[in-house]
Structures are given as C-alpha cells and as structure tokens.
Design a binder for this molecule. Structure first.
Ligand SMILES: O=CC(=O)O
Length: 383
C-alpha cells in the first residue's frame, strides 16, 4: 500500500499477542492499524450467524436421531415381547434369535444389526446368557429373564459391566408350588403310571396295578423355605402333612421343624421337595448319602433346578429301589433328560413346565414389557 506521495505504507489487521498491539507502531506514520476487523462487516456477520445456526441444527438432529433410534432387543426365549411387537410406531426392534441356529454374531449380521445396537436381552431359564454372549454386546444394559431363577445368567459378568438383571420375581410362585404338589400326588397315587396301565388294561390284567400311597400324614421335608417353599408348605399342611425344612437360615416366623443338615432332614422325612435356588453351595446337595437317608419309601420332588440332585445317583437309587419314586420338573442338562429314567414307572417327568400356563405366559409378557419400558425411559445421567 502506498500514500499519496508514493511512499510505501503498511496495513496491519492482526497481531501476535491480540488484543495487545506493539506500542512502537503507534508513533509510525507509514502504518495503518486495524483491530482484527477484516471480516467485521454487517453482511459477513449475518452470514456467519446463519452458518453457525445450520451447523448446530445438523449436529443436534444427528444426536437426536441416534438417541431416538429404536432399541434392538435380543430375544432368546420364544414369543416374549409379542404384545409390544405390534405397536406403531414400534418402540423396540425384536431380534428373534430363538428361531435361528446361527451363532450370535452371524445372526446379528443376518439381521443387519451391529452388536453395539443391542441394548437388552430377553431370556428364560432355558436360555443361558453366558459371559461370551455378554462380551459380544458392548452396549448391553439390561437382561430380563422370564424366570424366578437367575442361575443361567453370568451374574459376575453382569455386575462387572453394570448390566441390570431383572427376573420375574414371585409371578410364578403359586404355579410352581401347585406343580410340586401335583407331582407328589401323581407319584403317590401313580396317576401317570395308572394312565399308561389303563390304556392297556383289558380283562386279562384286572389286578396287576400296584398300590399307591396316601398323602395325609406324610412327613415332608422342604429344602428352601423361600417364596415357593413357603407356598408348598401351606398347601401340604392343608393335606395334613407334617412339614419340616432345611434352609440357609432358620425362619423364626414359622413353627415347622428346622434341620440345619440335609441328611438329618432326609432321615426324618418321607418326602423331600426341592425348592431352593441353584448355587455353588446347593449343586448336588441331594447326593447318594441324602437319598439313602431318605430310604426306600422316600420320594423326591424337584421343582428347583436339576443340578440340585446328583442325577446319576438318583437313577441308580430309583433302579435299585433305594428310594421309592421321584417327580421331576427340572433336569441337570435340559433339554436332555437322563434316559435311565424312561423305563421307570415310579418316576413322573415334566419338561420344566411349572410356569408354562397360558395365564402365566400373558403375565410374564406384561412384566417383560414393563421392565423394558422402565429401563428405556430412564436416561443415563450426564456427568
Ligand atoms: O424355572 C423357572 C423359574 O426359575 O421361574
């Protein structure tokens, strides 16, 4: 830049240490100073405002779209979520893994879903949620199990990842207690065995069916006097049974005789009803020693978990007549039932069906829905 006499002049709009301008420049005639104002026109300022507003809009619409994305729910147990599936607009995207034999990651790929999109799992007692499953889903925050038991879920991994685990609580308590009583009555009165017999009865075998046994007066040892055990006790008291129990702790609010030792309880009972959860402490709690203590007239009913009993020993004791019978709703390696039980007429088998009533199923769908709604309505705190 030159002045009117052709001398060179400097125009400086920016400075090294703004807003400080070097004072030496103030005395110089060949310098024009400007306060970093090259873009300070009204038009330019309006354009800049528009640009900033557009950038903010673009950013926040992307964030909102991400937040509003329909959460993907991995459904391991068949048919859960049926009531919420039909909602419009859909609240959740159910990925029905129970209907596929593919390994998890391949299944998700087939569903065009990235593992981080899966935020919750719905399962039941028959569908394990292993540490491997949990580790493959980095955004998993909730596991809802349509069961009272949670032994099929890797709780250690869930705790480590702060994944919420919701079970069905007491929803099935009465059904499971009813099933325990039904199995006991079946074993004592030989209802299932009688049904098989009656279908081939004919005139040729009028007296071939063995005697059953009364329920009233039986000494019933309940193992696990929690919600279900308590309901079993209540029902069997009404049948004039004598109730005893073994639990982790003595329950001061009941008058039933407490046994801290399972072998002692078995020696003083005609029937053992297993209602406790499966833990490392209760695995194979019912071993050969307990069965021999129960004795040849003893009956075992299991509505807890299969692995509470040493199944191999159970088959042996039943075959040899070292105990009299068993009613089993649960098995150690479901859905595999020990084949050694099949030919035995003193055993009643049920496919983990205590909670499989139509009414109970509707209730559990509702419960699962509520659990999802609660979880997804609580936004994480921004820290
Ligand atoms: O087995 C069924 C349950 O845990 O509810």
């Amino acid at each position: 830049m030159f002045d009117e006499r052709g001398n060179k002049r400097w125009w400086l709009d920016v400075f090294e240490n703004e807003p400080n301008v070097p004072e030496e420049l103030f005395a110089l005639d060949n310098v024009v100073l400007s306060p970093h104002a090259a873009a300070y026109t009204l038009d330019c300022f309006m354009d800049a405002c528009e640009h900033v507003a557009k950038s903010l809009d673009a950013f926040f619409s992307m964030v909102m779209a991400e937040e509003e994305e329909v959460p993907a729910i991995l459904v391991l147990a068949s048919s859960f979520g049926i009531d919420i599936k039909s909602q419009n607009p859909p609240k959740y995207r159910f990925l029905e893994a129970f209907s596929s034999n593919l390994p998890l990651l391949q299944f998700l790929q087939q569903q065009q879903t990235l593992p981080p999109s899966v935020r919750a799992i719905i399962c039941n007692a028959l569908k394990p949620v292993t540490a491997d499953v949990i580790r493959s889903l980095p955004s998993l925050g909730l596991v809802v199990t349509a069961s009272a038991g949670t032994d099929h879920i890797d709780l250690t991994e869930c705790r480590r990842r702060r994944i919420q685990v919701v079970n069905i609580g007491g929803l099935f308590t009465a059904d499971v207690a009813d099933m325990a009583v039904a199995l006991l009555i079946d074993v004592l009165f030989k209802i299932s065995a009688g049904d098989r017999f009656a279908r081939n009865w004919g005139l040729s075998k009028p007296l071939g069916f063995p005697f059953g046994s009364k329920l009233g007066g039986k000494r019933v040892g309940i193992i696990g006097l929690g919600r279900i055990g308590g309901e079993v006790a209540k029902r069997l008291e009404a049948f004039d049974c004598i109730i005893k129990y073994h639990s982790r702790n003595k329950n001061p609010s009941v008058s039933y005789t407490f046994y801290s030792n399972v072998v002692d309880l078995a020696s003083n009972s005609d029937v053992l009803v297993l209602c406790c959860p499966l833990t490392e402490q209760t695995r194979h709690l019912i071993n050969k020693e307990v069965m021999l203590a129960l004795g040849k007239d003893g009956i075992i009913i299991n509505v807890g978990r299969g692995a509470l009993i040493d199944e191999k020993e159970l088959v042996q004791c039943l075959v040899k007549g070292e105990i009299r019978g068993a009613g089993l709703d649960v098995f150690e390696d479901e859905p595999n039932v020990p084949k050694g039980l099949f030919p035995l007429d003193n055993v009643v088998l049920s496919p983990h069906a205590a909670a499989l009533t139509l009414d109970g199923f509707k209730d559990s769908c509702e419960y699962v829905t509520q659990s999802l709604d609660t979880f997804f309505s609580i936004k994480p705190q921004v820290s």
